[in-house]
Design a protein around this ligand. Structure first.
Ligand code: NAD
Ligand code: GLY
Length: 371
């Protein structure tokens, strides 16, 4: 078995390794056991991922002398709720999880976000490990310490920064991911090219379709490159006081559509990000900031791999620009009543635009909805 690639996230006392490679779940005991203060672990997973990977992970840990208990939550975005958080915390307390024990999040971004948040508040902060099982979670949500749940007013509005102590990104598990989920995660991969690495975007234009068809070498390269890009940004700005906001490229538009669709299966998070990135480039073109050729390339690539690039591709979408604006005003980047968007000068050069005119955005959305 080959050694995994190691990407170090340097955050002083909160530093950790992200390991990327094959067969990591079957070797998880070797990586996790040295971090334990006592040989006991609680795994949190969902009912899809649990059926596939809980037994292999438990076996890998018990073979290293670690006792394992598991909590299985329902799969899906609705799980990122106060009621599920309360139940999860109650279960962790009943299992007498101590502050220095390790909780393992085994699943996609939903499980990583709610488990990380529970770990951040349980006994004022417990250690946790991320074992991300979706492409989106491997390249984005498992790294960087953002944890959250959703409330009626919007997505990820209740949360905390809480870094994991280790991330194990086993790229083999992506083979069981439904193709639509794989594509949705791919949107976050494309994001890294668009925001800061034009060469990577060119590589994706060439290799994206083969990667999505299951080529493990291409997939592994894309995962490593994405995690490296994210790690460098997080190291420079852990709490998002500046440049980390670039990782929100496409998210302000995207979240508005996601909220409008009730965070349902009608529009997955990564799909919303794909549409949002197209809009961010189109808006940049309308403001004379970016050459139209770049926006066309973005749209063409995302469309080629089967991601939504226009609102009318969203099943059942029927909202006005004004309705979308109510969601946009709930964005976490709103400050002193001003909107902030991530816009682009070209592919590979995104920037943070503060004080964006809300009327311009609403007019832009009106035009986009008529197209
Ligand atoms: P998800 O966790 O809901 O997983 C998608 C689906 O795939 C689920 O049904 C899950 O059970 C299933 N699944 C997961 N791994 C599988 C596998 N290997 N094989 C088969 N099925 C599998 O969704 P997601 O796209 O991973 O994450 C979306 C969430 O991540 C959103 O809530 C979003 O807000 C959050 N997010 C957080 C951050 C962050 O920085 N914390 C960043 C981006 C997104
Ligand atoms: N997914 C955006 C961030 O981690 O900042």
């Amino acid at each position: 078995m080959t050694n995994p690639e190691k990407i170090y996230v340097g955050l002083d006392d909160n530093s950790y390794d992200v390991l990327v490679g094959s067969d990591l779940i079957s070797r998880a005991g070797n990586f996790i056991a040295p971090l334990l203060r006592r040989k006991r672990i609680v795994i949190v997973t969902d009912d899809n991922v649990g059926g596939l990977y809980l037994n292999p992970l438990s076996a890998a840990l018990t073979s290293n002398g670690v006792s394992v208990e598991a909590i299985t939550l329902p799969a899906g975005e609705q799980t990122k709720s106060f009621s599920q958080l309360e139940q999860l915390c109650d279960n962790l307390v009943e299992l007498k999880v101590e502050r220095n024990d390790l909780i393992v999040a085994l699943g996609g971004g939903v499980i990583g976000d709610i488990t990380g948040f529970a770990a951040s508040i349980l006994r004022r902060g417990c250690r946790f490990v991320q074992i991300p099982t979706t492409l989106l979670a491997q390249v984005d949500s498992s790294v960087g310490g953002k944890t959250a749940i959703n409330v009626r007013g919007g997505k990820n509005l209740i949360g905390a920064f809480h870094q994991p102590v280790l991330v194990l990104a086993d790229t083999d598990v992506l083979a069981s991911l439904p193709p639509r989920e794989l594509r949705a995660g791919y949107a976050e991969v494309v994001k890294y090219g668009l925001l800061g690495d034009a060469t990577f975007f060119e590589w994706l234009e060439e290799n994206g379709p083969a990667l999505l068809s299951g080529d493990p070498v291409l997939m592994s390269h894309a995962v490593q490159r994405s995690i490296t890009a994210k790690s460098r940004i997080v190291e420079a700005d852990e709490k998002e006081t500046g440049q980390r906001a670039l990782l929100n490229l496409g998210h302000t538009f995207g979240h508005a559509f996601e909220a409008e669709m009730g965070y349902s299966q009608k529009l997955l998070h990564g799909e919303a990000v794909a549409l949002g990135m197209v809009m961010a480039f189109d808006y940049s073109v309308t403001k004379g900031l970016c050459n139209a050729d770049h926006a066309v390339r973005v749209k063409t690539h995302l469309e080629d791999v089967g991601l939504p690039v226009t609102p009318y591709e969203i099943d059942g979408f029927n909202a006005s620009a004004a309705e979308l604006m109510t969601h946009i005003w709930q964005d976490k980047k709103v400050s002193a009543g001003k909107l902030t968007f991530i816009l682009a000068r070209e592919i590979g050069e995104a920037f943070i635009a503060n004080d964006v005119d809300a009327d311009h955005i609403e007019n832009f959305l009106e035009t986009a909805l008529q197209a």
